[in-house]
Design a protein around this ligand. Structure first.
Ligand code: UT7
Length: 329
């Protein structure tokens, strides 16, 4: 990517809904306890969208902050990508709803479905468009309302997820900065390990699909855990190799926030000290496509990166998919 127009982050924003669901709240809903949740996942609480909030509403709040921090308005955008697995509806896309709300007249807008890897997939897609000269300023958002597809009678999954949105504006940056490499991948054969079966063309919504809980997330936690630990390592090494960097060159590691044990195993493998790793899974739980941008934006807001720092983002999720990127801040 070295000879191409340098593209990087020029604005950031995040949003989580007001309502907080704590582990002790969940203790009253299913047979679980704070000790189990914290020791197995690292999660203490998660934010839950209000009944009148949909994914585009969360995305809008994050987008407005990202535009403001870039010193832009909607009319400066020529591309909007919303990574989500919980769009407002099947169509129109959540990106189109947002395009209208932001006044981004004429901007191309589409949703991208790569589950928890969606934000990194979105960054790679938008970067390619900008490097090719097709567009100049893109808004990339990871936003999900997983609470809408979570079965709050299933203790295996309901403790794990939360709602939120993170957004970045990307565009041309000074030479030497910006995205240095991407590593995207998929293992479709494992798709059944993490899925929502109902409501699509294979299994359209019916009284039976509702009865059989086919509109909720199904996950084989143990198998997804193994996949996660494996690809966090391989994708990180691969994206560093593509950027011609070493593990020791990483200033800040921004992993998908699904489970503290997955993050810790990646930290050990990569020999990264705690201060170089962003962790906020305790506050937000797993927010799918919003997870990496929430962590990235929060770290930026806390002043954890300075110009020229090397940031490594890596995520994994449904599909199965993974995505990693090296970004010079
Ligand atoms: O974004 C990508 C998607 N997701 C992930 O990255 C998740 C990956 N997987 C995981 O994070 C972990 O596998 C889980 C957190 C989901 C589960 O942790 P685990 O250490 O793999 O537990 P387990 O599935 O082996 O279950 C251990 C026990 C089971 O009881 P038995 O069968 O041993 O008697 C579960 O029924 O823990 C039980 N259990 C619970 N107990 C209290 C499962 N959920 C709960 C709960 N509270 N909420």
């Amino acid at each position: 990517m070295n000879n191409l127009r340098p593209v990087g982050v020029i604005g950031t924003g995040k949003y989580v809904p007001e309502k907080i669901l704590t582990n002790s709240d969940l203790e009253k809903m299913v047979d679980t306890n704070d000790e189990w949740i914290v020791s197995r996942t690292g999660i203490k609480e998660r934010h839950i969208a209000a009944p009148d909030q949909a994914t585009s509403d969360l995305a809008y709040e994050a987008a407005m902050k990202a535009l403001e921090s870039a010193g832009m308005t909607g009319s400066d955008l020529d591309l909007i990508i919303v990574a989500t697995i919980t769009p407002d509806s099947a169509f129109p896309s959540t990106a189109c709803i947002l395009q209208d709300k932001l006044g981004a007249k004429g901007a191309a807008a589409f949703d991208l479905s790569a589950a928890c890897s969606g934000f990194v997939y979105g960054l790679a897609t938008a970067t390619s468009f900008i490097q090719s000269g097709m567009y100049n300023n893109a808004l990339v958002i990871g936003a999900d309302c997983l609470s809408r597809i979570t079965d709050y009678t299933d203790r295996n999954t309901c403790v794990l997820f939360g709602d939120g949105a993170g957004a970045v504006v990307i565009g041309e940056v000074p030479e030497g900065r910006g995205f240095k490499s991407f590593d995207l991948g998929a293992e479709g054969a494992g798709g059944g390990l993490l899925q929502l079966e109902g409501g699509g063309s294979r299994l359209p919504a019916s009284a039976e699909t509702v009865e059989n809980k086919k509109h909720y997330i199904y996950m084989n936690g143990r198998e997804v855990f193994k996949f996660a630990v494996r690809v966090m390592g391989t994708a990180t090494d691969e994206v560093l190799r593509k950027a011609a960097l070493e593990r020791t060159d990483v200033d800040l590691f921004v992993p998908h926030q699904a489970n503290i044990r997955i993050i810790q195993s990646a930290m050990q493998r990569l020999e990264l000290p705690e201060e170089k790793v962003v962790v906020n899974v305790d506050k937000y739980a797993n927010t799918s496509a919003a997870s990496i941008p929430l962590a990235l934006v929060e770290a930026a807001e806390e002043g954890r990166m300075k110009a020229g720092d090397t940031i490594l983002m890596v995520g994994f999720g449904g599909g199965l998919t993974w995505g990693a990127s090296v970004l010079v801040w």
